[in-house]
Design a protein around this ligand. Structure first.
Ligand code: GLP
Length: 235
């Protein structure tokens, strides 16, 4: 396959490289940026928000959101984006799936329409330890567009520490599908730390399989991968 990874010392260096990918895209006319949450993109977002890049005429479209959390909930992805990006560097329009809309059909189909109306020029992705992208857990049908996901127990457990009580942890999310992600013109995936090393190896060197959702990136022709030495340690 044609995927190559840029190996950096650590996530701070990765953030500088990630920033360059955004800056190049913006300077080359990109209008729509697909954004992600999680700890991984934070160094890239910090570089961007500290820079003079101007997104005030651009649109952002986020990957996913928990079902049941409103934009004011501190663990919602709306809140995360506000805090780490939009409050410092606003876009003309920013879209995140509507976790407060309990109507799955309306919530997912309206989001697909948003993506159709705003084709993504550059999509940034993190990588789950099990190879997931967005909330597309292993086994997800790669043909799905935006859909409702039942979170795996390990994802729920990993999130429990952020909530007062276990019963507050969301059990579902709305997520762009693998097919939605692959429609992006350009994709940037970042992964840092030893706990990502197995997923990185499977993504880059393994077969394309639903067991490793990120392996579908092998079928895209413009993917930039930035990983640190720890995440590259099993290549
Ligand atoms: C969550 C998010 C993903 C993210 C992943 C890894 O599942 N839905 O978009 O990539 O966590 O998170 P982190 O970047 O904190 O390792």
């Amino acid at each position: 396959n044609n995927m190559k990874a840029l190996i950096v010392k650590d996530k701070n260096e990765g953030g500088k490289e990630g920033y360059k990918v955004f800056a190049d895209a913006l300077n080359n006319g990109a209008k729509v940026f697909g954004l992600a949450t999680g700890s991984t993109p934070v160094t890239t977002y910090d570089e961007i928000t500290a820079s003079d890049l101007d997104f005030s005429k651009a649109t952002s479209v986020n990957l996913d959101e928990y079902v049941g959390l409103g934009p004011d909930h501190p663990q919602s992805y709306h809140y995360f984006m506000q805090e780490h990006f939009f409050s410092k560097k606003p876009f003309a329009h920013s879209y995140v799936p509507d976790g407060f809309n309990a109507n799955e059909k309306v919530a997912t189909e309206s989001y697909d329409k948003i993506i159709d109306d705003n084709p993504i020029d550059l999509q940034i992705l993190g990588l789950g330890q099990n190879g997931h992208i967005g909330f597309n857990e292993p086994g997800t049908d790669p043909k799905l567009l935006t859909h409702k996901v039942k979170l795996t127990q390990s994802t729920i457990d990993a999130n429990a520490r952020f909530f007062d009580k276990a019963s507050d942890v969301p059990t579902y999310a709305y997520s762009m599908g693998i097919a939605s992600i692959l429609k992006s013109k350009k994709i940037l995936l970042e992964a840092y730390g030893e706990e990502k090393a197995d997923a990185v190896k499977a993504m880059l060197e393994g077969p394309v399989t639903p067991d490793v959702p990120a392996s579908y990136l092998q079928e895209h022709d413009d993917v930039t991968i930035i990983i640190d030495e720890a995440a590259a340690s099993k290549l």
